[in-house]
Write a protein that binds this ligand. Sequence first.
Ligand SMILES: [Zn+2]
Length: 296
Amino acid sequence: MATLANTADAELTDGAGTQPSAEIGVIGGSGFYSFLDDVTEVQVDTPYGAPSDSLFLGVLAGRRVAFLPRHGRSHHLPPHRINYRANMWALRSLGVRQVLGPSAVGGLRAEYGPGTLLVPDQFVDRTKGRVQTYFDGLPLPGGGPVPNVVHVSLADPYCPVGRRVAVKAAHEQGWEPVDGGTLVVVEGPRFSTRAESLWHAAQGWSVVGMTGHPEAALARELELCYTSLTLVTDLDAGAETGEGVSHEEVLKVFAANVDRLRTVLFDAVAGLPSNEKRDCLCMRALGGMDPGIELP
Ligand SMILES: [Zn+2]
């Protein structure tokens, strides 16, 4: 259920003019939405609890976009404490069907230095114990139906259309992106040891982060399109020769690149198809299977 925390903008409501809605979700903080003219804050509750924060709705290139600060607006949630299920559910419940998920990562190869933009086409899950499904055989929290046993394909975890649009947007901004690669997602919040980092690199994986999973997997279960855009903020321990990654370094590089990342994201928003014109594997992930629970 969504409630308006501020006055609703008429453009952000559905046909009945009562329910705030959006078509595209961006999982990113105030650095992305604070430049929009009119932003409406909406609080959304879900069967899985509260999302990381309110959702911030605005209109961008004629598209209704919901921004969700992944770590909360004051960045108080570490990656392993984020309620990923609530976040993706909340986005869908507002009408979102396509999601852009920017994140900061470490480069696993010397050529992927700070400032590299990589749009992965694969990920490897090295997290531990995160809930990564809505179909867990348990009644909905707080009581409700038990979801059916459902196995979705995640062979290609990211939306092929969203990836194309993101790569094109970066290219047109003169920020030549790395088109494809593997994001390895670690539990965190600590950074990798040199041995772990060298091992990740030896597997041929490209970048390492802490939040890419289970976002993509949950999005697929909800038949949402999900596109990951990763910004390299540092070389991971095995790829550099200094003292290893520091949090300050990561923040500094992110701040230096947030303007152009925002521009690329905004262009990507404008380039995504309308939800009605979606025609990709994501929207048919359940293949007509009965999930046993009603998707929002
Ligand atoms: Zn898709």
